[in-house]
Write a protein that binds this ligand. Structure first.
Ligand code: AP5
Ligand code: MG
Length: 219
């Protein structure tokens, strides 16, 4: 059976940072809905243009668009053994849609690590974040600086600051998260798959605890 891991947490909690590491360790593809939207934006596709109008305001892209995009991604051959999902699902109806599509793939959501970080930490994390142009690798000018400023350690590409990391957009993203995404915590707790992980420790400590939480589910 394939293994599906869904990482949830507020904007800036560390979902992308952790998902990248866990995906390497478990040899499962990392699927980030935000990264797919940004890739489309870079390639100037219709989907990218549509997504940008929502992302710039810190609002969610409509469920139907997001759900069909993820369904298409999960049917690709690199996902036969499962995937590490980051940023999807983000609403209870996306979670229901995911549940249905995984039944089609003879799988289910196996474990949902929830990275917990207090709200006041998020803004500092996001305003100091630098992201790699080529593959979305994530750095922080203070907490996880690259070896050479402005250059990705892993692929040598340029680092940039995301448009939606401006303080006023960050505040709206956190509001949207609390209203529309936080209900997923209860949803997955009821499903029995939620694993709470303290996200305020160092990146390596969070990773170790996350791997422990994932292994506790005996995938
Ligand atoms: P998305 O790209 O998913 O953004 P997000 O959820 O707001 O999350 P972030 O990527 O900002 O944070 P993260 O948790 O990944 O943190 P990171 O690891 O980078 O979505 C963007 C937009 O796309 C949405 O607003 C929406 O419009 C749209 N969208 C995406 N998915 C959608 C969906 N399913 N439905 C509808 N719309 C959707 O870490 C942050 C910083 O902190 C980094 O600098 C990092 O180095 C640092 N850091 C990480 N861990 C630590 C640590 N332990 N200690 C210190 N610093 C740390
Ligand atoms: Mg991210």
């Amino acid at each position: 059976m394939p293994t599906y891991i869904v990482i949830i947490g507020a904007p800036g909690a560390g979902k992308g940072t952790q998902a990248q590491m866990i995906s390497r360790e478990l040899k499962l593809p990392h699927i980030s809905s935000g990264d797919i939207f940004r890739e489309n934006l870079k390639n100037d596709t219709e989907l990218g243009k549509l997504a940008k109008s929502y992302m710039d305001r810190g609002e969610l892209v409509p469920d139907d668009v997001t759900i069909s995009m993820i369904r298409e991604r999960l049917t690709r051959s690199d996902c036969v053994a499962g995937a590490v999902l980051d940023g999807f699902p983000r609403t209870p109806s996306q979670a229901e849609a995911l549940k249905q599509m995984l039944i089609d793939f003879h799988g289910q959501v196996n474990v949902v690590p929830y990275i917990m970080v207090a709200e006041e930490v998020l803004i500092e994390r996001l305003t100091g974040r630098w992201t790699c142009r080529a593959q979305g690798h994530v750095y922080h000018e203070k907490f996880n600086p690259p070896k050479i400023a402005g250059i990705c350690d892993l692929d040598g590409s340029e680092l940039y600051q995301r448009d939606d990391d401006k303080a006023e957009t960050v505040i709206n993203r956190i509001r949207v998260y609390l209203e529309q995404t936080a209900p997923l915590i209860q949803y997955y707790r009821r499903e029995g798959s939620l694993q709470e992980v303290d996200g305020t420790q160092s990146i390596d400590e969070v990773k170790a605890n996350l791997m422990k939480a994932i292994r506790a589910k005996e995938l």
